[in-house]
Design a protein around this ligand. Structure first.
Ligand code: ADP
Ligand code: MG
Length: 269
C-alpha cells in the first residue's frame, strides 16, 4: 500500500527501442526539457556509449570524467556523476564511448543487471528530489538496456513512422516480459510515441493506424512531427524547446509531457 504522506519519489522511465535512429535521444532530451518547463525536476541518464544525449544537452567531452560508466562499473558515488545542464532543473549523468565495453567488463559481476537499479533506487537519491528520471537507452537489447528496464518503473517506446516500425516491437515486448519475470515484475509500458511523423505521407498515416489498432491506449495521442528545427537543435547543444520554442517539434514535446504527467496523476488518484 502506498503511504500518501511520503513523496512518491521519482518516476523512472527508460526510453527504449533496439532500432537506432528512431528518436530515442531526441525524445529523452525534449521530453525532459518539456517536463522542466512544467516546473518538474528531471534527471537524464545517458546510457548510450554514443553520448548523444550528453552532447545534445551541452556537456562537452572534457566535462565527462565521471559518467554512467564510472557509476556502473566503478561504483562511483552519485554526487560525482550527476551534473547540472544549462537548463535549470535539468541534470544529467553523461556517457562516453567507455560505456561500450561495460557489457564485457561486467560479465562476471553477479549483480550486473541490477547496477543501475541499485544506483538510482538508493536512499541517497531522495536528497535530489527528482520528479522524473529519463534513461536514454542504446540501440540494442543488451545489458545496458536491461539495466535500464530493471531500474525503471516504465518503458517509453519511440516508434518511427515508417515501414516495418511495428515489427521490431515484438522483440522489445519479449525483453520487457523477460525483465518482468526475472527482475522487475512491476515494469509498465509508459506508452508508444510516434516520431518523425509526416501528415502528408500515407505511410505515416498507415503506421499510426496500425499502431493504434494493435496497441490501443498504449499509443500516445501526441505524435511528434518530422520537423527540421528538432534535428538542428542538438548541434546548438540545446533541446528544441530552447532552440525554437514555438516550433512544431517543441509544441509536440510539450504536449507529450502533459500526457505523461496526466497519466501519472491519474495513476496516483
Ligand atoms: P535514436 O536515439 O533512437 O538513435 P535520435 O533521437 O538520435 O534517434 O534521432 C535520429 C535522427 O533523427 C537524429 O539526427 C535526429 O536529429 C533526427 N530526428 C529525431 N526526431 C526528429 C524529428 N521529429 N524531426 C526531424 N528530425 C528528427
Ligand atoms: Mg540515441
Amino acid at each position: 500500500m502506498s503511504d500518501l504522506s511520503r513523496p512518491a519519489g521519482p518516476k523512472i522511465i527508460a526510453v527504449a527501442n533496439q532500432k537506432g535512429g528512431v528518436g530515442k535521444t531526441t525524445t529523452a532530451i525534449n521530453l525532459a526539457a518539456a517536463l522542466v518547463e512544467l516546473r518538474l525536476r528531471v534527471l537524464v541518464v545517458d546510457l548510450d556509449p554514443q553520448g548523444n544525449a550528453s552532447t545534445g544537452l551541452g556537456i562537452e567531452n572534457d566535462e565527462r570524467s565521471f559518467t554512467t560508466y564510472e557509476l556502473l562499473v566503478d561504483d562511483a558515488p552519485l554526487e560525482e556523476v550527476i551534473q547540472e545542464t544549462e537548463i535549470e532543473g535539468l541534470s544529467i549523468i553523461a556517457a562516453t564511448v567507455d560505456l561500450s565495453s561495460a557489457d564485457i567488463e561486467l560479465i562476471s559481476n553477479e549483480k550486473r543487471s541490477f547496477l543501475l537499479h541499485d544506483a538510482l533506487r538508493q536512499t541517497a537519491m531522495d536528497a535530489y528530489r527528482w520528479d522524473y528520471i529519463l534513461i536514454d537507452c542504446p540501440p540494442s537489447l543488451n545489458l545496458l538496456t536491461v539495466n535500464a528496464m530493471v531500474a525503471a518503473h516504465s518503458v517509453l517506446v519511440p516508434l518511427q513512422s515508417e515501414f516495418f516500425a511495428l515489427e521490431g516491437l515484438s522483440q522489445l515486448m519479449l525483453t520487457i516480459r523477460e525483465v518482468r519475470q526475472t527482475a522487475n515484475p512491476d515494469l509498465r509500458i509508459e506508452g508508444v510515441v510516434l516520431t518523425m511523423f509526416d501528415r502528408r505521407n500515407n505511410l505515416s498515416q498507415q503506421v499510426e493506424q496500425d499502431a493504434r489498432d494493435n496497441l490501443g491506449d498504449l499509443v500516445f495521442e501526441t505524435v511528434i512531427p518530422r520537423n527540421v528545427r528538432v534535428s538542428e537543435a542538438p548541434s546548438f547543444a540545446l533541446p528544441v524547446l530552447s532552440y525554437d520554442p514555438a516550433s512544431q517539434g517543441a509544441r509536440a514535446y510539450r504536449s507529450l509531457a502533459r500526457e505523461v504527467v496526466d497519466k501519472h496523476k491519474q495513476a496516483a488518484a
